[in-house]
Design a binder for this molecule. Structure first.
Ligand code: SF4
Length: 353
């Protein structure tokens, strides 16, 4: 049960604006607990002390050598631990990468989180509170950070878990963040391995806010994709293309495109043939951008593509008129890079602050 449901149980006949006041207070950095929510009566505040003000607490924070990537291990009330990442982006702004589940059921072959299996989905409180945790952290650490940041400018759902497998709680989180922070819809990206029933739901759900979506494609050749993403199936690619065309028909515009994420795996999905297959797949859809992600070392059979092959791959996409870029690798020295999030408490000591 999340905080809002607990509040409604405690105060069944209270008007809805009361909860909105509380939600607003969650995002005021000078308010550190129920006592600070002075828009509520003393009696109400006294009754609220049993509700957690924060649903996550700090276990450890590891900081990369350049101080541009910070990875937090956060404790949850039931003893589970999740990882969440803060990083400086290319514009000198700060992005957080939040987890939506403890572990993940999708078992992508290159991903450390997939090896944990799924423990459980996070509540919306536990996702929202990753933002609140980083907001406080950023305020406290500000003088020691490279670009003296004052705010979180982007949120990406690319941490542990498959966000669309936790659809309702992710939707609730998005609506809370959009209502109570200065983040606009184009500043939030939900990344999915491609859970098609939920992608269909996104098209018709009036309460789903149209933040950016990124689909982890990893190959436009069915057999190769299945090798990388074992939960993929034979007709996934044509079905995804059909969905993507409808999505872009309804929502596509200059500011709203779709992104395909593509982890670069040596000799698996990085050949020229694979680049041509990706180019034709994207051209059959429309306004899709491709992010090539150099593979970050985890304990699995894959190796990262050679630099010159990544350049060739990018060139083939460019010649086909496709907007593509190679994502900068960040945080690999503290296992905070894409695909590396796994709770390995034995490995955290040396970089902990
Ligand atoms: S890449 Fe994402 S969807 Fe795949 S196993 Fe890892 S966390 Fe899950």
């Amino acid at each position: 049960m999340n905080r809002k449901e607990q509040f409604n149980l405690l105060f069944p006949n209270t008007p809805a604006f009361r909860w909105k006041q509380i939600e607003q207070a969650f995002f005021v950095s000078s308010i550190a607990g129920w006592d600070g929510v002075t828009s509520l009566s003393k009696e109400m505040r006294a009754k609220l002390v049993d509700l957690p003000w924060m649903s996550v607490s700090t276990n450890t924070v590891m900081v990369g050598k350049k101080r541009d990537t910070h990875k937090a291990l956060l404790n949850l009330a039931d003893g589970q631990v999740i990882e969440s990442v803060l990083m400086e982006n290319v514009r000198g702004d700060w992005t957080i990468c939040v987890s939506s589940q403890v572990g993940c059921a999708m078992r992508c072959g290159f991903c450390a989180t997939g090896k944990m299996g799924l423990k459980r989905s996070l509540t919306s409180d536990e996702i929202v509170d990753q933002y609140r945790f980083w907001q406080t952290y950023l305020t406290n650490q500000r003088p020691s950070l490279p670009s003296n940041p004052s705010r979180i400018s982007n949120v990406v759902f690319m941490g542990m878990g498959e966000p669309l497998a936790n659809y309702e709680n992710v939707k609730e989180t998005l609506n809370v963040l959009l209502a109570h922070t200065d983040l606009g819809k184009t500043r939030i990206t939900v990344s999915t391995v491609g859970v098609l029933p939920r992608l269909e739901q996104v098209l018709t759900d009036k309460d789903w806010p149209h933040v950016r979506l990124a689909v982890s494609l990893h190959s436009a050749v069915a057999a190769t994709r299945k090798q990388i993403v074992p939960t993929s199936y034979d007709d996934f690619l044509p079905k995804l293309a059909d969905w993507a065309r409808r999505y872009l028909d309804v929502l596509g515009n200059r500011r709203h495109h779709l992104t395909f994420e593509y982890v670069m795996l040596k000799g698996v999905n990085d050949t020229n043939e694979q680049a041509h297959a990706l180019a034709s797949f994207v051209r059959s859809i429309g306004n899709v951008r491709c992010n090539l992600i150099p593979y970050n070392l985890t304990d699995c059979e894959f190796e990262c593509s050679e630099e010159n092959q990544i350049s060739r791959f990018l060139a083939i996409l460019g010649q086909a008129g496709i907007t593509a870029m190679k994502r900068k690798t960040m945080g690999d020295d503290i296992a905070a890079a894409c695909g590396q999030l796994i709770v390995l408490t034995a490995a955290i000591d040396k970089n902990a602050v």
